[in-house]
Design a protein around this ligand. Structure first.
Ligand code: PLP
Length: 345
């Protein structure tokens, strides 16, 4: 979901961006106007997450999935041990598989998909090129509540929770997120990299996949995804206007608590994930009577509650509660669920 205010602004600017008489889609990405937009977007993100000079920010294409390959290409050099993976669900597993296409990987920990392996139990060799985690497992519905301090660079896929909370930036080597869950429309991928790690990139990488070469070209080695970049910038502006990531965190907590409270009180619904590992972005749950699931989804859609069917690999139900979702939407879901239980429970 995107904030309605952002969509309205994009609509208003679609034919005439800031008095230029054209859309942002119709100008050159090399024009001073687009370069200024790019710089402004980065500055807004830096402010929201308190990103200092020790990290660089890239706005790339290819989604988080491209990063599953691009990060090992740039960071896993023969001088280091294999990259380590903490697998806490669907996406972390996929990231490890893609890295394994490029060289050996080490599995530091693997949880059943409904929890997070405790950092004290990770088997993490000191010379690991990096350790990869998925801060919020979108499909499974688990989330790191806190981030550990690690002996090797910590790499986090934050595709579904970036900007939903403040971060201890100094703990991270790389943070990446494709835009379409919590930041904007599909297209752009935000990659935040600790500056010293850029030195690892082999010089013979394909240029578009090289972090240092992309940095040298301000993420514009070739034509970037300009409209997604622009709209994501509007979302950054919106988050700042709302009060920043602390406010986003409070709202995420409130939205998810409303739903988990209902799930825990009911014998009709069941939350999948144990309390300490629960995601504030993606709430996964089941019906005690699994046969009722198609009816639940159909009736929910009929009253405007969309996208509740669980991911195809997980089944069950999932409510995604991203930054732009108003509390009223969760209230409507809770009211529907109570009503459905009364009629079918
Ligand atoms: C959606 C998602 C991805 C995949 O993103 P793409 O942009 O489609 O490549 C990867 N990781 C997480 C955590 C996701 O939620």
């Amino acid at each position: 979901m995107l904030p309605a205010a952002v969509l309205r602004r994009a609509q208003a600017e679609l034919l005439d961006w800031g008095g230029r008489g054209v859309s942002v889609m119709e100008i050159s990405h090399r024009s001073p106007d687009f370069m200024a937009l790019a710089a402004d977007t980065e500055a807004r993100l830096r402010q929201l997450l308190d990103i200092g000079d020790e990290h660089v920010v890239l706005f790339l294409a290819g989604g988080a999935t491209a990063q599953f390959s691009q990060i090992p290409m740039n960071l896993a050099t023969p001088d280091q041990g294999p990259p380590a993976f903490v697998i806490n669900g669907h996406w972390g597993h996929k990231a490890s598989q893609y890295a394994a296409l490029r060289g050996p990987v080490h599995i530091a920990a693997r949880s059943d998909p409904l929890s997070i392996p405790p950092p004290a139990d990770w088997n993490l060799p000191d010379d690991s090129a990096y350790v990869h985690i998925t801060s919020n497992e979108t499909v499974d519905g688990n989330q790191f509540a806190e981030f550990p301090q690690t002996p090797c660079p910590l790499v986090a896929d934050m595709s579904s929770d970036l900007l939903s909370r403040a971060l201890p930036l100094q703990r991270f080597g790389v943070i990446y997120a494709s835009a379409q869950k919590n930041l904007g429309p599909a297209g752009v991928t935000v990659v935040i990299i600790r500056r010293d790690l850029l030195e690892r990139a082999p010089s013979d990488l394909p240029p578009v996949y090289s972090f240092p070469q992309q940095l040298a070209k301000q993420s514009m080695m070739n034509t970037p995804v300009t409209f997604s970049w622009y709209l994501t910038g509007l979302v950054f502006e919106w988050v700042a206007e709302q009060g920043g990531v602390e406010i986003m965190a409070q709202r995420a907590k409130r939205r998810s608590a409303m739903l988990y409270d209902l799930l825990d009180r009911s014998g009709f619904y069941r939350a999948r994930v144990p309390v300490p590992f629960r995601s504030r972005m993606n709430v996964t749950f089941d019906l005690a009577e699994a046969d009722l699931l198609p009816r639940f989804v159909q009736e929910a859609e009929a009253v405007g509650l969309q996208g509740l069917k669980g991911h195809r690999v997980m089944g069950g139900l999932r409510a995604s509660l991203y930054n732009a979702l108003p509390l009223a939407a969760v209230e409507a879901l809770v009211a529907f669920m109570n009503d459905f239980e009364q009629r079918w429970g």
